[in-house]
Design a binder for this molecule. Sequence first.
Ligand code: CP
Length: 313
Amino acid sequence: MAESFNLLGRNMYDLDDYTAEEITAILDAAVVMKEINQRDYKKLPTLKGKTVCTLFVENSTRTKISFELAASRLSADLISFEAETSSLQKGESLQDTVETLNAMGIDLYIIRHSSPGSPQLVNKYSGKPVLNGGDGRHAHPTQALLDMFSVREVLGTLKGLKVVIVGDITNSRVVRSNLIGMKKMGASVTICGPRTLVPGHMEEVYGCTVEYDLKTALKDADVVMGLRMQLERQTEGLFPSLEEYSKHYSISKETMQWAKKNAIVMHPGPMNRGIEILPEIVESSQSVIIEQVTNGVAVRMALLFLILGGKMG
Ligand code: CP
């Protein structure tokens, strides 16, 4: 199980710091963790004595709970920092917050924050490994890992696949981490959305293909991933209306006919059903959206295990 790859003490700010071999080692470890999660007794003693802190300063359901479940399944002590009831509300800085937590003996932090670069700051203030649970529009590497795990589980490999990511590309940290990770793993990624929601120079920066027409983008797709339409940005006039957006970019049974017959449908969540994705396709056999959530626990267990140096058995 990934013994030749030493991830001990590593940070995970994004996937650009990880090689394809290291990503494969994490995904392989997650296969073992998933098998453990399917047992009646789901707990391992492997991180007994270690303390993990989820420092979420932005809202989350999936990432926070799956990391907390992962820590708990590996028998680590867990500190679930509640931003809303913390002294951040009294004006305490992130630096003082981290130094305070650190004084209590945290071994690893997982941070979600609206500011890109906040994971690096937490590492600077704590000197402890930090996993990025989503920093602004920048990166969400553990989401990309669980997405890659889910693709590999169903389709066997990422190598040679065509992955199409559709939606609000500008505001998505998920797309950026997936572009880095999936390319390293040998997939070709096409991004698709209205011109107003696709930043310039994506081809040059990420080596992806950009399409503005959904039918063209979906041709020969093996994997189709929808992204959350950020409803709060609707008033900015980036597209005429939600109905208009949905008409041209919604993932549905009809539009999935433009992809390969056995193509899978993904979404990182949370979803706006009826806008970027229709309920009929969410609930269809092509969808792996619920499996993505399940796999998130296994992938995050694997990461905690490898970075905190847990021993099996
Ligand atoms: N996909 C994702 O990051 O979901 P949460 O915001 O619920 O964590």
